[in-house]
Design a protein around this ligand. Sequence first.
Ligand SMILES: Nc1ncnc2c1ncn2[C@@H]1O[C@H](COP(=O)(O)OP(=O)(O)O)[C@@H](O)[C@H]1O
Ligand SMILES: [Mg+2]
Length: 218
Amino acid sequence: MQIIVINSQKGGSGKTMLCKHLAVEAERSGDGPVFVIDTDPQGTLTAWHSKREAETPARVDLPFNGMEKGLELIRTHGAAYCIIDTASGRLDIASELFKLADLVIFPVQPSEDDLTAAPVTVQNLKACGVPFVFVLTRVKPNTLITAQAAAILSKHGQVAETLIADRTGYKSPYAKGQTSTEAEPKGAAAQEIAGLWRNIKSCLHENMQESEALKKHG
Ligand SMILES: Nc1ncnc2c1ncn2[C@@H]1O[C@H](COP(=O)(O)OP(=O)(O)O)[C@@H](O)[C@H]1O
Ligand SMILES: [Mg+2]
């Protein structure tokens, strides 16, 4: 089982949106079973999940101090991926979750405020030594700030090739808790999220190969 944590210390950066769309996409593309965990006391992911009629992705409630044991249990139940949504503003909790993660997704909007806030999360990620990838979110097409943000972030870590656009579909309610990608499987958002999921899988794959090589060569 691969554990993906989605974190940014900036509120409203798109963590929960990515968590639900990636979890649904992983199941849709046959990479499940996927479990999601909501560690944000605001419970946005939980509220979304409770509206769903679809059986997947599954959601589990784990107390923070029972996270490691709980994850082991999910692993033994055959989970392929566990995607953990987090709150902003809790560096201590984020660090504990980073220690359990195979990859951290760090959503950043190409905006002055997001870029100014980014170093706090980057320092925390680097201190924990966990692999991470930036995902540019709420991107407006062909804007200078997007190119600048990608250039700045790439000096600090890998930036996912797929950019997530600012789309009404990502924030609109759909019947039965569906994501926009389920409601409009041939739409632009569906293609975008499929592309991002492929990027995330290659990051995980590269990290696995790297750590196997390290083990081999001591
Ligand atoms: N790419 C996007 N396009 C349009 N709206 C978005 C996008 N990403 C997130 N949102 C909306 O922005 C708001 C904040 O996103 P959210 O995922 O809840 O942020 P976080 O979990 O980081 O606080 C929500 O209303 C969400 O629906
Ligand atoms: Mg959230």
